[in-house]
Design a protein around this ligand. Sequence first.
Ligand SMILES: O=CC(=O)O
Length: 332
Amino acid sequence: MAATPPPVENRSQPLPQVIVPIPPTVLNFFGDTFSKKFELLKAWESPLPLDQFLAAHAQSVQAMLCSSTGPRIVPEILRLLPSLRLVVTTSTGLNHIDLSECRRLGIAVADAGEVFSEDVADMAVGLLIDLLRKVSAADRYVRQGLWAAKGDYPLGSKLGGKQIGIVGLGSIGFLVAKRLEAFGCSILYNSRKRKDFVSYPFYTNICELAAKSDALIICCGLNEQTRHMINRGVLLALGKEGVIINIGRGPIIDEKDLVQCLVQGEIGGAGLDVFENEPSVPKELFDLDNVVLSPHSAVYTPESFKVLCDIMIGNLEAFFSDKPLLSPVMYE
Ligand SMILES: O=CC(=O)O
């Protein structure tokens, strides 16, 4: 019997169009999967500036796929997309999207949900252990041949028993807390609201939280309330032995204050995955062995990208077939 021929793709229906301002990293891995299901209007491949591209090609486009490293989705962009009804972002952070304007215009927003939470929580703990136990600094010492030349490297400090102040007890902050409890740390936190599902001490005042913490871990989102929430006063409260980890967004910490406190030895160290003006990193940090730097990569693992791809496609398919979104952003 002849083998059944493979199904012929029905191309009589045009694919739904999705505008993409810049290529989100997920497309590097799963671009083909998207292109089979949607016609991607790749603004970045056009010689036209984004606003002209949108005005010329995107008048009837209903959905956008964007990322936190692309252009900000602000009223000037939204004005050029009169038919837009959905913004899908590949990120957990939403600070690149003007949410109140989207709400005003009736545009739904879907995000990466909790896809990256475990990876980011792992990275927060990794940065903390690296900092306390001087893993990267000691690695450099060994590579430079200094172990043989100068003797043992200074000892690091124990993780177990530390008081950890978590700023932002959302899905990432909660996973960081669980991981660090398993290491024998005690957890304190600050969040927009007290969380009934935990018994950790809750601090409304961030300076008081810092003063009680050996390490402060920034896990919250960036918004007008959290921008520069960690300033010199908070860092001084954390103190000479205290360390800070940031896997949230760079501008949550006033970077000038942070650099000054680190250079002057007013805090014990920092583990930073995010910065105020990425990819630019203050040069003063390069010479400090009590600073661990990472290029905003806490969220990225190929395993998470696969799940992200499924969620992004699921959200777009749900939208185009009038079904509920998989990971809608709830407007407050
Ligand atoms: O930083 C990355 C994200 O917000 O997902």
